[in-house]
Design a protein around this ligand. Structure first.
Ligand code: PLP
Length: 476
């Protein structure tokens, strides 16, 4: 029976065609749009001036100016939002068909913010999903603090837990039947909860927290933000000296943010505890090499489905005591996790699984195939532009067999870890900033200023402008 189901699942797959939202980022985002908004305001005031010159009555003048200014502003805003926020390009349909174009006017001046990993590139899939992915919550639902008091994680919505297990079973990227699920406000809250859970019972304190460089730039900040007496950031795991029986926590991110590399723990002693951050272990980014079976594994809808704003992550935790201490932390921190968000996340995960498991899926209902095609196209175009520029380089990855798609597959990381090879460029981030492209310097990841991290997950319009700017460097 189980074998027949597995075969049917494999057949279905074969039929397939193939926060960091932080204060600084919000500031830079609004700064980034500054010139464009200013440009629009200037246009509006120019129009106003013409109107004023032709009117005789000053009161009528003022009324007309106001009405027309508002109309012009609304039309400009509508135009702007439909051309950028909806990302209307060939990516909307999941095809990889880009005409080469040279931007002009506002596009040529636009500041492109690829500093943060905001996963808006997946919006077209969810637009297309329409009502299937829409959730309506009646006013009297989800009012209680409690979800399931018989569960160790009493604020975990049962339907969300079921959809998490179902999706992992479908994709084959993690074992779940031996693990407890702890839900969190994104995996960011779960990292906080884990640092507490893994250090609270230690006698040698503070516990050192490490990760191999280049590491996710938020790990140091998350660790040291509250100046806890339980743990502290101790930097690059590869240069960390294990000291007798002193305990440490190593965070292993695989595929790694920022460079997409597959990672294993670099420190392996009895004294150490490992946290596996598997935010990017999904088929759109990397071949699935089998179910991960680590003691502690972290996932998030932010990177799995693109729903960063829903703020839902989950930890798969083997040890009940560790899971219990995480639950305690979340109880003290936020008395649980929004049920509304869990209900929404459950529906989103369900739509993905249904797309593969219900009869007659077409290519636009298979989320991982859809998003993988978009990423493949973006990487191909970026690599070509980088090569033609002759000044930068990108990591290379070998293709591997993917057990989900049952094909050999390439790696398409969520970030490009770009190196400025041109020795005249001392500060790669500054160089790109001078081209009005905001990226994040290697310094934030425990690496040098010759590196930058670039988000590959932004909306199509921004990404297209970015590739165009890199390509223009090769023309000189
Ligand atoms: C490796 C890694 N872990 C955790 C997170 C945090 O994700 P969340 O949005 O679930 O808090 C991110 C977000 O960029 C990430 O890249």
């Amino acid at each position: 029976m189980a074998q027949a189901q597995a075969q049917a699942r494999a057949q279905r797959r074969r039929n397939g065609s193939g926060s960091e939202c932080k204060e600084k980022e919000f500031r830079e985002r609004s700064e980034g749009q500054g010139p464009q908004l200013q440009h629009r305001l200037n246009l509006t005031s120019l129009n106003n001036n013409n109107i004023i010159n032709n009117a005789n009555n000053s009161k009528a003048k003022a009324t007309m100016v106001t009405v027309l200014a508002m109309t012009v502003a609304m039309l400009l805003l509508l135009f702007y939002s439909s051309s950028t926020s909806t990302g209307i390009t060939s990516e909307t349909t999941g095809t990889a068909d880009h005409a080469v174009s040279v931007s002009s006017g506002a596009d040529a001046d636009a500041v492109i913010n690829l500093d943060h990993g905001d996963p808006t590139m997946f919006e077209p899939f969810w637009k297309n999903a329409g009502d299937k992915a829409t959730v309506i919550i009646p006013g009297w639902h989800t009012m209680s603090y409690f979800s399931d008091t018989s569960n160790l994680c009493w604020f975990l919505e049962p339907d969300f837990a079921n959809q998490v297990r179902r999706l992992h079973r479908l994709v084959g990227n993690a074992v779940t039947h031996t693990h407890h699920i702890v839900v969190g406000v994104g995996s960011t809250q779960l990292i906080h909860a884990l640092l507490f859970a893994l250090s609270a019972t230690e006698t040698h304190q503070p516990v050192s927290v490490v990760s191999a460089a280049p590491f996710y730039s938020m790990y140091p900040g998350i660790t040291d933000f509250l100046k806890s007496g339980l743990f502290h950031w101790a930097g690059d795991a590869t240069s960390f000296k294990v000291n007798g029986t002193s305990s440490f926590i190593e965070i292993v991110c695989s595929p790694n943010n920022p460079d997409g590399a597959l990672r294993r723990a670099v420190l392996s002693t009895e004294a150490g505890k490992l946290v596996h951050d598997l935010a990017y272990y999904w088929p759109q980014y990397t071949p699935i090499r089998g179910p991960a079976d680590e003691d502690i594994m972290l996932f998030t809808v932010s990177k799995a489905t693109g729903h960063a704003g829903t703020r839902i992550g989950w930890a798969l935790v083997r040890d009940a005591d560790v899971a219990r201490r995480m639950v305690k932390f979340i109880e003290m921190n936020s008395i649980g996790v929004s049920k509304d968000s869990q209900v929404r996340a459950a529906r989103i995960l369900q739509v993905i699984s249904d797309g593969y498991e219900l009869p007659d899926p077409d290519s636009t209902t298979r989320f991982f195939h859809f998003s993988r095609r978009l990423l493949a196209d973006r990487w191909q175009r970026l690599r070509q532009a980088v090569e033609e520029s002759g000044r930068f380089s990108l990591p290379q990855f070998s293709s591997e067999f993917c057990e989900f798609t049952e094909e050999h597959a390439e790696t398409y990381p969520a970030f490009a870890w770009l190196r400025c090879d041109d020795e005249s460029i001392e500060d790669c981030e500054g160089f790109f900033k001078s081209m009005k492209v905001l990226t994040r310097s290697g310094r934030h990841f425990g690496a040098g200023p010759e590196y930058i991290r670039i988000s590959m997950l932004d909306r199509a319009h921004n990404f297209d402008l970015f590739v165009e700017r890199i390509a223009s460097l090769g023309l000189g």
